[in-house]
Design a protein around this ligand. Structure first.
Ligand code: FES
Ligand code: FES
Length: 176
C-alpha cells in the first residue's frame, strides 16, 4: 500500500523548475568596447546592460516604455532599452550614460544639467541626458517648444521640467 503524502510534500511536488528559455549568442559594442554574451531570448536590453555588463547608469523605471529612464543610443538613435530584447541588439553599437564621460570629464550636457540644477532625485537624469544628446544632434538649436516635444517621452517626477529645459538650452549653446 503506497504511503499517503503529507499536504506540504504534495505542495512541494507540484513546484517544477522553470524551463530554461533558448539562449542566443550576441555581439554588441557598448561605449566603444566589444562584448560577446549568451543571453536568454527573453532578456530585455535594459537588463543586459545593467545585470550582465554592470552598466547601472541606465535606469529602469517602468519596463513598459513609458518613463524613458532607460534611454540609450542604439546605432545613433535614442531608444528606450526596455523596448528591445538584448538579442535584437546583436551587431549594434550602443552608447549609455557611462559612455558620455571622457577621461573623467563630464560631457557638456551632463555639465549643463549640473550647472542649471536640471535634476533633483536624479532617477530620470541618465535617460533625460541621453535623449537630450540625440535631440541636440538632430537639432543643434532647438526652441523651448522643440525641447519639450523632444523630451516628451521622458518623465520627471521632481523638477517640473523648467530647469531641464534650461539645461538643454545651455548645453546647446555650449555645443554650438
Ligand atoms: S524603463 Fe524603459 S521606458 Fe521606463
Ligand atoms: S529628477 Fe527625480 S525624476 Fe527627474
Amino acid at each position: 500500500m503506497p504511503k499517503r503524502r503529507s499536504k506540504r510534500a504534495a505542495r512541494r511536488a507540484v513546484v517544477t523548475p522553470a524551463k530554461p528559455s533558448r539562449e542566443q549568442h550576441i555581439r554588441v559594442r557598448v561605449n566603444g568596447v566589444d562584448h560577446e554574451s549568451d543571453v536568454e531570448s527573453r532578456m530585455l536590453l535594459v537588463h543586459y546592460l545593467r545585470e550582465v555588463l554592470g552598466l547601472t547608469g541606465t535606469h529602469e523605471g517602468c519596463d513598459t516604455s513609458n518613463c524613458g529612464a532607460c534611454t540609450i543610443l542604439y546605432n545613433g538613435r535614442s531608444v528606450k532599452s526596455c523596448t528591445m530584447f538584448a538579442a535584437q541588439a546583436n551587431g549594434g553599437d550602443i552608447v549609455t550614460i557611462e559612455g558620455l564621460t571622457k577621461d573623467g570629464q563630464l560631457h557638456p550636457i551632463q555639465r549643463a544639467f549640473w550647472d542649471n540644477h536640471g535634476l533633483q532625485c536624479g532617477f530620470c537624469t541618465p535617460g533625460m541626458i541621453m535623449q537630450s544628446y540625440w535631440l541636440l544632434k538632430e537639432n543643434p538649436k532647438p526652441t523651448d517648444e522643440q525641447i519639450r516635444w523632444g523630451i516628451s517621452g521622458n518623465l520627471c517626477r521632481c523638477t517640473g521640467y523648467q530647469n531641464i529645459v534650461k539645461s538643454i538650452k545651455a548645453a546647446a549653446r555650449e555645443l554650438r
